[in-house]
Write a protein that binds this ligand. Structure first.
Ligand SMILES: Cc1cc2nc3c(=O)[nH]c(=O)nc-3n(C[C@H](O)[C@H](O)[C@H](O)COP(=O)(O)OP(=O)(O)OC[C@H]3O[C@@H](n4cnc5c(N)ncnc54)[C@H](O)[C@@H]3O)c2cc1C
Length: 351
Protein backbone atom coordinates (compact mmCIF):
# COMPACT_ATOMS: atom_id res chain seq x y z
CA UNK A 1 0.00 0.00 0.00
CA UNK A 2 1.45 3.39 -1.02
CA UNK A 3 0.82 6.15 1.54
CA UNK A 4 0.16 9.78 0.65
CA UNK A 5 -1.45 12.74 2.40
CA UNK A 6 -4.05 13.75 -0.19
CA UNK A 7 -5.56 12.17 -3.29
CA UNK A 8 -6.93 14.80 -5.68
CA UNK A 9 -9.43 13.68 -8.32
CA UNK A 10 -9.41 15.87 -11.47
CA UNK A 11 -6.73 17.83 -13.29
CA UNK A 12 -8.51 20.99 -14.39
CA UNK A 13 -7.78 24.41 -12.90
CA UNK A 14 -9.21 23.36 -9.52
CA UNK A 15 -7.36 20.05 -9.09
CA UNK A 16 -4.00 21.19 -10.47
CA UNK A 17 -3.98 24.47 -8.53
CA UNK A 18 -4.88 22.65 -5.30
CA UNK A 19 -2.18 20.03 -5.97
CA UNK A 20 0.48 22.74 -6.34
CA UNK A 21 -0.54 24.48 -3.14
CA UNK A 22 -0.65 21.28 -1.06
CA UNK A 23 2.75 20.29 -2.41
CA UNK A 24 4.17 23.75 -1.70
CA UNK A 25 2.85 23.42 1.87
CA UNK A 26 4.91 20.23 2.24
CA UNK A 27 2.24 17.53 1.79
CA UNK A 28 2.45 14.41 -0.36
CA UNK A 29 -0.15 14.30 -3.11
CA UNK A 30 -1.45 12.00 -5.83
CA UNK A 31 -3.58 13.43 -8.65
CA UNK A 32 -5.88 10.91 -10.31
CA UNK A 33 -7.57 12.18 -13.45
CA UNK A 34 -8.73 11.29 -16.92
CA UNK A 35 -8.21 14.69 -18.60
CA UNK A 36 -10.12 13.78 -21.74
CA UNK A 37 -13.40 13.64 -19.77
CA UNK A 38 -13.81 17.41 -19.34
CA UNK A 39 -12.40 19.99 -21.74
CA UNK A 40 -13.49 23.01 -19.70
CA UNK A 41 -10.11 24.15 -18.34
CA UNK A 42 -8.27 23.25 -21.54
CA UNK A 43 -10.49 25.22 -23.91
CA UNK A 44 -10.84 28.23 -21.58
CA UNK A 45 -9.68 31.47 -23.12
CA UNK A 46 -7.94 32.00 -19.77
CA UNK A 47 -9.06 35.59 -19.30
CA UNK A 48 -9.20 37.20 -15.88
CA UNK A 49 -11.26 40.34 -15.48
CA UNK A 50 -12.03 42.00 -12.12
CA UNK A 51 -15.22 43.52 -13.58
CA UNK A 52 -18.49 41.78 -14.50
CA UNK A 53 -19.75 43.60 -17.61
CA UNK A 54 -23.42 42.69 -17.19
CA UNK A 55 -24.01 45.50 -14.64
CA UNK A 56 -20.38 46.77 -14.50
CA UNK A 57 -19.90 45.46 -10.97
CA UNK A 58 -16.82 44.15 -9.24
CA UNK A 59 -16.25 40.43 -9.72
CA UNK A 60 -16.72 38.29 -6.58
CA UNK A 61 -13.84 38.88 -4.13
CA UNK A 62 -11.77 40.44 -6.95
CA UNK A 63 -9.73 42.63 -4.59
CA UNK A 64 -8.48 39.51 -2.77
CA UNK A 65 -8.53 36.86 -5.48
CA UNK A 66 -6.91 38.87 -8.29
CA UNK A 67 -3.59 39.83 -6.61
CA UNK A 68 -3.39 36.33 -5.15
CA UNK A 69 -3.85 34.80 -8.61
CA UNK A 70 -1.20 37.06 -10.19
CA UNK A 71 1.33 36.07 -7.48
CA UNK A 72 0.43 32.39 -7.81
CA UNK A 73 0.80 32.23 -11.62
CA UNK A 74 4.03 34.25 -11.44
CA UNK A 75 5.45 31.67 -9.00
CA UNK A 76 4.26 28.86 -11.26
CA UNK A 77 6.04 30.44 -14.22
CA UNK A 78 9.29 30.34 -12.33
CA UNK A 79 8.70 26.87 -10.79
CA UNK A 80 7.86 25.24 -14.14
CA UNK A 81 10.01 27.49 -16.38
CA UNK A 82 7.05 28.47 -18.53
CA UNK A 83 5.49 31.73 -19.67
CA UNK A 84 1.71 31.71 -19.14
CA UNK A 85 0.67 35.08 -17.71
CA UNK A 86 -0.22 38.08 -19.89
CA UNK A 87 -1.25 41.26 -18.07
CA UNK A 88 -3.41 43.40 -20.37
CA UNK A 89 -6.06 46.08 -20.09
CA UNK A 90 -9.42 45.32 -21.66
CA UNK A 91 -10.74 47.79 -24.23
CA UNK A 92 -14.47 47.52 -23.52
CA UNK A 93 -16.61 48.82 -26.39
CA UNK A 94 -20.07 49.97 -25.37
CA UNK A 95 -23.23 48.63 -26.96
CA UNK A 96 -26.41 49.86 -25.28
CA UNK A 97 -26.69 53.67 -24.88
CA UNK A 98 -27.01 53.41 -21.08
CA UNK A 99 -23.73 51.50 -20.69
CA UNK A 100 -21.45 54.59 -20.64
CA UNK A 101 -23.77 56.23 -18.08
CA UNK A 102 -23.55 53.20 -15.80
CA UNK A 103 -19.79 53.02 -16.36
CA UNK A 104 -19.33 56.63 -15.14
CA UNK A 105 -21.52 55.94 -12.11
CA UNK A 106 -19.47 52.85 -11.26
CA UNK A 107 -16.22 54.83 -11.57
CA UNK A 108 -17.29 56.76 -8.50
CA UNK A 109 -18.18 53.56 -6.66
CA UNK A 110 -16.01 50.61 -5.58
CA UNK A 111 -15.28 49.45 -9.15
CA UNK A 112 -13.47 52.72 -9.93
CA UNK A 113 -9.95 51.43 -9.27
CA UNK A 114 -10.32 49.08 -12.24
CA UNK A 115 -12.01 51.48 -14.72
CA UNK A 116 -10.64 54.26 -16.95
CA UNK A 117 -12.41 57.36 -18.25
CA UNK A 118 -14.64 56.89 -21.29
CA UNK A 119 -12.99 57.60 -24.62
CA UNK A 120 -14.89 57.99 -27.86
CA UNK A 121 -12.00 59.11 -30.07
CA UNK A 122 -9.68 56.18 -29.69
CA UNK A 123 -11.52 53.14 -30.97
CA UNK A 124 -10.77 53.42 -34.68
CA UNK A 125 -7.08 53.27 -33.86
CA UNK A 126 -7.66 49.93 -32.10
CA UNK A 127 -10.14 48.06 -34.31
CA UNK A 128 -10.59 50.13 -37.50
CA UNK A 129 -14.17 50.60 -36.34
CA UNK A 130 -15.00 54.22 -35.50
CA UNK A 131 -18.52 53.57 -34.25
CA UNK A 132 -17.67 52.65 -30.67
CA UNK A 133 -17.11 54.55 -27.52
CA UNK A 134 -15.13 52.67 -24.93
CA UNK A 135 -13.59 52.43 -21.50
CA UNK A 136 -10.58 50.47 -20.31
CA UNK A 137 -10.51 47.87 -17.54
CA UNK A 138 -7.13 47.74 -15.85
CA UNK A 139 -5.47 44.84 -13.98
CA UNK A 140 -6.97 42.25 -16.35
CA UNK A 141 -5.19 39.71 -18.54
CA UNK A 142 -5.03 36.05 -19.45
CA UNK A 143 -3.36 32.80 -18.46
CA UNK A 144 -2.44 30.13 -21.01
CA UNK A 145 -4.36 27.33 -19.29
CA UNK A 146 -3.28 24.51 -21.62
CA UNK A 147 0.42 25.20 -21.03
CA UNK A 148 -0.16 25.56 -17.27
CA UNK A 149 -1.98 22.22 -17.00
CA UNK A 150 0.38 20.26 -19.30
CA UNK A 151 3.52 21.55 -17.59
CA UNK A 152 2.02 20.79 -14.17
CA UNK A 153 1.14 17.20 -15.10
CA UNK A 154 4.72 16.77 -16.31
CA UNK A 155 6.04 18.31 -13.06
CA UNK A 156 3.96 15.96 -10.86
CA UNK A 157 5.54 12.99 -12.66
CA UNK A 158 4.56 9.68 -11.02
CA UNK A 159 2.25 11.54 -8.64
CA UNK A 160 -0.10 12.03 -11.61
CA UNK A 161 -2.12 8.91 -12.41
CA UNK A 162 -4.12 8.98 -15.63
CA UNK A 163 -7.34 7.09 -15.07
CA UNK A 164 -11.08 7.55 -14.67
CA UNK A 165 -11.88 7.13 -10.99
CA UNK A 166 -13.85 4.01 -10.09
CA UNK A 167 -15.99 5.26 -7.21
CA UNK A 168 -16.80 1.69 -6.13
CA UNK A 169 -13.13 1.15 -5.28
CA UNK A 170 -13.06 3.97 -2.69
CA UNK A 171 -13.02 2.60 0.89
CA UNK A 172 -13.48 4.88 3.85
CA UNK A 173 -11.44 3.80 6.89
CA UNK A 174 -11.08 5.54 10.30
CA UNK A 175 -7.63 6.96 9.43
CA UNK A 176 -8.61 8.14 5.96
CA UNK A 177 -9.41 6.68 2.59
CA UNK A 178 -8.08 3.82 0.47
CA UNK A 179 -8.27 3.82 -3.34
CA UNK A 180 -6.90 0.65 -4.94
CA UNK A 181 -3.31 0.48 -3.59
CA UNK A 182 -3.10 4.09 -2.31
CA UNK A 183 -3.93 5.14 1.24
CA UNK A 184 -4.47 8.84 2.04
CA UNK A 185 -5.75 11.05 4.84
CA UNK A 186 -8.32 12.60 2.55
CA UNK A 187 -9.57 12.50 -1.01
CA UNK A 188 -10.55 15.81 -2.64
CA UNK A 189 -12.88 15.76 -5.61
CA UNK A 190 -12.32 18.40 -8.32
CA UNK A 191 -14.25 16.86 -11.23
CA UNK A 192 -15.91 20.00 -12.59
CA UNK A 193 -19.41 19.35 -13.96
CA UNK A 194 -18.82 15.58 -13.64
CA UNK A 195 -19.55 15.98 -9.92
CA UNK A 196 -23.03 14.76 -10.89
CA UNK A 197 -21.52 11.26 -11.43
CA UNK A 198 -19.90 11.23 -7.98
CA UNK A 199 -22.03 9.09 -5.62
CA UNK A 200 -20.58 10.88 -2.55
CA UNK A 201 -21.08 14.47 -3.70
CA UNK A 202 -24.04 14.30 -6.08
CA UNK A 203 -26.08 16.08 -3.39
CA UNK A 204 -24.33 19.24 -4.67
CA UNK A 205 -26.35 20.34 -7.68
CA UNK A 206 -24.54 22.60 -10.16
CA UNK A 207 -25.98 24.78 -12.89
CA UNK A 208 -23.45 23.98 -15.65
CA UNK A 209 -23.01 26.30 -18.64
CA UNK A 210 -21.69 25.20 -22.00
CA UNK A 211 -19.27 27.55 -23.74
CA UNK A 212 -17.74 27.67 -27.21
CA UNK A 213 -14.53 29.44 -28.25
CA UNK A 214 -12.65 30.06 -31.49
CA UNK A 215 -9.08 30.66 -32.55
CA UNK A 216 -9.15 32.92 -35.60
CA UNK A 217 -6.67 34.61 -37.90
CA UNK A 218 -7.39 38.07 -39.32
CA UNK A 219 -6.53 38.70 -42.95
CA UNK A 220 -4.84 42.04 -42.28
CA UNK A 221 -3.05 43.67 -39.38
CA UNK A 222 -4.88 45.56 -36.69
CA UNK A 223 -3.65 49.13 -36.12
CA UNK A 224 -0.23 49.12 -34.46
CA UNK A 225 -0.39 48.87 -30.68
CA UNK A 226 -3.84 47.27 -30.57
CA UNK A 227 -2.28 43.90 -29.71
CA UNK A 228 -1.58 45.36 -26.25
CA UNK A 229 -5.27 45.12 -25.41
CA UNK A 230 -7.86 42.48 -24.86
CA UNK A 231 -10.94 43.64 -26.79
CA UNK A 232 -14.52 43.14 -25.64
CA UNK A 233 -17.96 43.72 -27.02
CA UNK A 234 -20.32 40.79 -26.37
CA UNK A 235 -17.25 38.54 -26.73
CA UNK A 236 -13.54 38.76 -25.93
CA UNK A 237 -10.74 38.97 -28.50
CA UNK A 238 -7.47 37.88 -26.90
CA UNK A 239 -4.39 38.63 -29.06
CA UNK A 240 -2.11 35.61 -29.54
CA UNK A 241 0.34 37.25 -31.99
CA UNK A 242 0.72 37.05 -35.78
CA UNK A 243 -2.89 38.19 -36.40
CA UNK A 244 -4.25 35.26 -34.39
CA UNK A 245 -6.87 35.80 -31.68
CA UNK A 246 -8.73 33.61 -29.19
CA UNK A 247 -12.42 34.50 -29.21
CA UNK A 248 -14.86 33.61 -26.46
CA UNK A 249 -17.25 32.71 -25.34
CA UNK A 250 -20.87 31.63 -25.67
CA UNK A 251 -23.17 30.74 -22.75
CA UNK A 252 -25.68 27.92 -23.14
CA UNK A 253 -27.53 26.43 -20.15
CA UNK A 254 -29.57 23.91 -22.17
CA UNK A 255 -27.32 22.05 -24.58
CA UNK A 256 -24.81 20.61 -22.06
CA UNK A 257 -22.53 18.53 -24.27
CA UNK A 258 -18.92 19.29 -25.19
CA UNK A 259 -19.56 19.34 -28.97
CA UNK A 260 -19.09 22.47 -31.07
CA UNK A 261 -22.20 23.79 -32.84
CA UNK A 262 -23.13 25.86 -35.88
CA UNK A 263 -25.17 28.12 -33.60
CA UNK A 264 -22.13 28.82 -31.41
CA UNK A 265 -19.99 29.57 -34.46
CA UNK A 266 -22.61 31.93 -35.92
CA UNK A 267 -22.98 33.77 -32.60
CA UNK A 268 -19.23 34.33 -32.16
CA UNK A 269 -18.80 35.31 -35.81
CA UNK A 270 -21.51 37.97 -35.48
CA UNK A 271 -19.88 39.35 -32.32
CA UNK A 272 -16.44 39.61 -33.96
CA UNK A 273 -17.97 41.56 -36.86
CA UNK A 274 -19.39 44.07 -34.36
CA UNK A 275 -15.88 44.71 -33.03
CA UNK A 276 -13.96 45.03 -36.30
CA UNK A 277 -14.62 44.97 -40.05
CA UNK A 278 -11.34 43.08 -40.72
CA UNK A 279 -12.07 39.71 -42.41
CA UNK A 280 -10.87 36.54 -40.67
CA UNK A 281 -10.79 32.76 -40.95
CA UNK A 282 -11.53 30.26 -38.18
CA UNK A 283 -8.61 27.99 -37.26
CA UNK A 284 -9.99 26.14 -34.21
CA UNK A 285 -13.48 25.77 -32.73
CA UNK A 286 -13.74 24.30 -29.19
CA UNK A 287 -16.44 23.68 -26.59
CA UNK A 288 -16.56 22.80 -22.91
CA UNK A 289 -18.91 22.89 -19.92
CA UNK A 290 -18.26 25.31 -17.07
CA UNK A 291 -18.97 23.96 -13.56
CA UNK A 292 -21.10 26.86 -12.32
CA UNK A 293 -22.97 26.77 -9.01
CA UNK A 294 -26.55 28.00 -8.66
CA UNK A 295 -25.44 30.94 -6.46
CA UNK A 296 -22.35 31.62 -8.64
CA UNK A 297 -19.98 31.03 -5.73
CA UNK A 298 -17.16 28.48 -5.54
CA UNK A 299 -17.68 25.38 -3.42
CA UNK A 300 -15.00 24.22 -1.00
CA UNK A 301 -15.19 22.04 2.08
CA UNK A 302 -15.70 18.64 3.65
CA UNK A 303 -18.40 16.08 2.89
CA UNK A 304 -21.52 16.41 5.06
CA UNK A 305 -20.98 12.94 6.65
CA UNK A 306 -17.51 11.67 5.73
CA UNK A 307 -14.67 13.85 6.91
CA UNK A 308 -12.21 11.87 4.77
CA UNK A 309 -13.77 13.44 1.64
CA UNK A 310 -13.67 17.04 0.43
CA UNK A 311 -14.70 19.02 -2.64
CA UNK A 312 -13.40 21.93 -4.76
CA UNK A 313 -15.85 22.98 -7.47
CA UNK A 314 -18.18 25.77 -8.65
CA UNK A 315 -15.52 27.91 -10.37
CA UNK A 316 -17.99 28.74 -13.14
CA UNK A 317 -16.73 31.22 -15.72
CA UNK A 318 -13.98 32.60 -13.46
CA UNK A 319 -11.70 29.64 -12.81
CA UNK A 320 -8.48 31.46 -13.69
CA UNK A 321 -8.96 34.28 -11.20
CA UNK A 322 -10.65 32.27 -8.43
CA UNK A 323 -8.81 28.91 -8.40
CA UNK A 324 -5.60 30.07 -6.63
CA UNK A 325 -7.37 31.98 -3.83
CA UNK A 326 -9.93 29.26 -3.13
CA UNK A 327 -7.29 26.51 -3.32
CA UNK A 328 -5.47 28.44 -0.57
CA UNK A 329 -8.68 28.63 1.49
CA UNK A 330 -9.20 24.88 1.00
CA UNK A 331 -5.62 24.11 2.07
CA UNK A 332 -6.26 26.09 5.28
CA UNK A 333 -9.48 24.13 5.80
CA UNK A 334 -7.81 20.74 5.22
CA UNK A 335 -4.66 21.38 7.21
CA UNK A 336 -5.72 23.87 9.91
CA UNK A 337 -9.46 23.20 10.10
CA UNK A 338 -10.30 26.78 9.03
CA UNK A 339 -14.06 26.81 8.44
CA UNK A 340 -14.85 28.13 4.93
CA UNK A 341 -17.06 31.22 4.82
CA UNK A 342 -20.73 30.27 4.50
CA UNK A 343 -20.93 32.01 1.10
CA UNK A 344 -18.58 29.47 -0.49
CA UNK A 345 -18.44 26.61 2.04
CA UNK A 346 -19.76 23.22 0.89
CA UNK A 347 -21.80 23.19 4.13
CA UNK A 348 -24.42 25.37 2.41
CA UNK A 349 -25.50 22.22 0.54
CA UNK A 350 -25.90 20.11 3.70
CA UNK A 351 -29.60 20.75 4.15
C1 LIG B 1 -15.50 27.80 -23.58
C2 LIG B 1 -15.03 28.17 -22.21
C3 LIG B 1 -14.29 29.34 -22.05
C4 LIG B 1 -13.86 29.69 -20.77
N1 LIG B 1 -13.12 30.83 -20.64
C5 LIG B 1 -12.68 31.18 -19.42
C6 LIG B 1 -11.89 32.34 -19.24
O1 LIG B 1 -11.55 33.02 -20.21
N2 LIG B 1 -11.48 32.66 -18.00
C7 LIG B 1 -11.83 31.90 -16.89
O2 LIG B 1 -11.44 32.24 -15.77
N3 LIG B 1 -12.57 30.78 -17.04
C8 LIG B 1 -13.00 30.42 -18.26
N4 LIG B 1 -13.77 29.30 -18.41
C9 LIG B 1 -14.19 28.60 -17.18
C10 LIG B 1 -13.10 27.71 -16.65
O3 LIG B 1 -12.66 26.92 -17.70
C11 LIG B 1 -13.64 26.88 -15.48
O4 LIG B 1 -13.84 27.73 -14.38
C12 LIG B 1 -12.66 25.78 -15.12
O5 LIG B 1 -12.41 24.98 -16.21
C13 LIG B 1 -13.17 24.91 -13.98
O6 LIG B 1 -12.14 24.04 -13.64
P1 LIG B 1 -12.40 22.69 -12.85
O7 LIG B 1 -11.06 22.12 -12.56
O8 LIG B 1 -13.31 22.94 -11.71
O9 LIG B 1 -13.21 21.76 -13.86
P2 LIG B 1 -12.72 20.99 -15.17
O10 LIG B 1 -11.84 21.83 -16.00
O11 LIG B 1 -13.95 20.43 -15.79
O12 LIG B 1 -11.83 19.81 -14.61
C14 LIG B 1 -12.34 18.61 -14.09
C15 LIG B 1 -11.28 17.55 -14.20
O13 LIG B 1 -11.72 16.33 -13.61
C16 LIG B 1 -11.57 15.26 -14.52
N5 LIG B 1 -12.57 14.25 -14.18
C17 LIG B 1 -13.92 14.41 -14.11
N6 LIG B 1 -14.50 13.26 -13.71
C18 LIG B 1 -13.50 12.38 -13.50
C19 LIG B 1 -13.45 11.00 -13.10
N7 LIG B 1 -14.57 10.31 -12.80
N8 LIG B 1 -12.25 10.39 -13.02
C20 LIG B 1 -11.11 11.03 -13.33
N9 LIG B 1 -11.10 12.34 -13.72
C21 LIG B 1 -12.28 12.99 -13.81
C22 LIG B 1 -11.77 15.94 -15.87
O14 LIG B 1 -11.34 15.22 -16.96
C23 LIG B 1 -10.95 17.23 -15.65
O15 LIG B 1 -9.57 16.97 -15.75
C24 LIG B 1 -14.19 28.89 -19.65
C25 LIG B 1 -14.89 27.70 -19.84
C26 LIG B 1 -15.31 27.34 -21.10
C27 LIG B 1 -16.05 26.05 -21.28
Amino acid sequence: MEKTDYIIVGSGLAGITLAHQLKQAGYKIKVISEPSLSKSSRVAAGIFNPVVFFRITKSYLADLALPFAIDFYTQIESLLSISILQKRSIAKFFGAPDEPILWMKRMEEGVGSYLSEINSQYTESITLNAKHSMGMVHKAGAVDCGTYLDASVHYFGNDFIREKIDYKKISLVPEGVIYKDIEARKMIFCEGHFISDNPFFNYIQLKPVKGEVLTIEFEQDFPEGSENFLLNKKCYLLPLGQRKYRVGATYNWKDLNEEVSEVGLAELTAHIKEITPIPFKVLVHDAGVRPASTDRRPIIGTHREHEQLAVFNGLGAKGVMLAPYFAKELVLHLTQKKVPHKEYGAARYNR
